[in-house]
Ligand binder design. Structure first.
Ligand code: G3P
Ligand code: CA
Length: 288
């Protein structure tokens, strides 16, 4: 009898731990276990990489907010996607056009990064990584891309130093959920991050068709230094998901804004989606 009693307690504990694991896998936004990665913030409804876009993503309960890192000419980590300022910056031409990495932080701060998206967003400023981490701390999770690290040398060292200052290196979580995930198209950059901060989970981004004809061998290699793969969503089919999972890799596909495509990928069993419309993905998950 005591044995049976013990067994039922153990059984309950096992079930509880499975439920806990499922909860963490699902993240904060509930439904099916697909991480909602707010690509450049809620960038379908507010200008990318601005406070407006990040505030809204956090408010609606995205699991992660995404950043593209850039180094200013004076060596400050700022959050910006494009190499060039033309698309998203407005202001004095000498400061707000041309390659962003040739501008100092002060010059970048003179630009308006909201107006291009809509007059209502006039005055949105560029955000430094330091400002971002200081504002949000542990109230959200960060999915940080080292963008063109070969053109901005020292990016990884600065990133690790900044994360260390805010205490993000003290966690030692090999998988998700982690407060910080590092992503890159550059394997070299991820290997460098592995050497500098091995506890931070890494995801290898892959360009469209990047694993064509070498799915198995490519994923096997990625699994040697990353916990996940980030393919273009059009490359994801059942064979891709099955192979990635066989190699122990999470599949975080980018960038999916159409609910029908979100649903297709959820049905295939992807583990996360980068989306400009985190609101739509959260609603879709809730409907499951
Ligand atoms: O980082 C995932 C996805 O954002 C990759 O594409 O060009 O939007 O950085 P991109
Ligand atoms: Ca990105």
């Amino acid at each position: 009898m005591p044995d049976l009693y013990l067994r039922s307690i153990c059984g309950a504990l096992v079930l509880l731990s499975i439920s806990c694991a499922a909860f963490w896998a699902v993240g904060k936004s509930g439904g099916v276990p697909v991480a909602v990665i707010a690509h450049r913030g809620l960038s379908g409804l507010a200008p990318e990489h601005t406070w407006e876009a990040y505030d809204r993503a956090i408010e609606i309960g995205a699991d992660y907010i995404e950043q593209d890192l850039h180094l200013s000419a004076d060596g400050v980590l700022v959050i910006l996607h494009d190499d060039s300022l033309e698309r998203t910056a407005r202001g004095p031409e000498s400061n707000c056009s041309g390659p962003a990495r040739e501008k100092t932080l002060d010059e970048l701060r003179s630009c308006d990064f909201g107006s291009w998206f809509g007059a209502a967003f006039h005055g949105q400023k560029i955000i430094t990584l330091e400002e971002l981490l200081a504002k949000y701390g542990r109230t959200t999770r960060y999915y940080i891309e080292t963008k063109h690290p070969d053109q901005m040398l020292g990016m990884e060292e600065k990133l690790v130093a900044e994360l260390g200052r805010f205490g993000f290196l003290d966690e030692s979580q090999p998988g998700l959920p982690a407060s910080v995930v590092i992503q890159s198209f550059s394997r070299d950059s991820l290997e460098k991050m592995n050497a500098l901060a091995p506890a931070l989970p890494r995801v290898q981004l892959v360009d469209r068709g990047g694993l064509a004809g070498k799915l198995e061998s490519g994923l096997r290699e990625i699994a040697s230094y990353a916990i996940g793969v980030g393919p273009n969503h059009r490359d994801v089919d059942s064979a891709f998901v099955a192979a990635a999972h066989r190699h122990g890799l999470l599949v975080h596909a980018w960038t999916v804004n159409d609910p029908t495509e979100m649903e297709r990928l959820i049905e295939l069993g992807v583990d996360g989606l980068f989306t400009d419309r985190a609101d739509l993905l959260i609603a879709l998950k809730a409907a499951y």
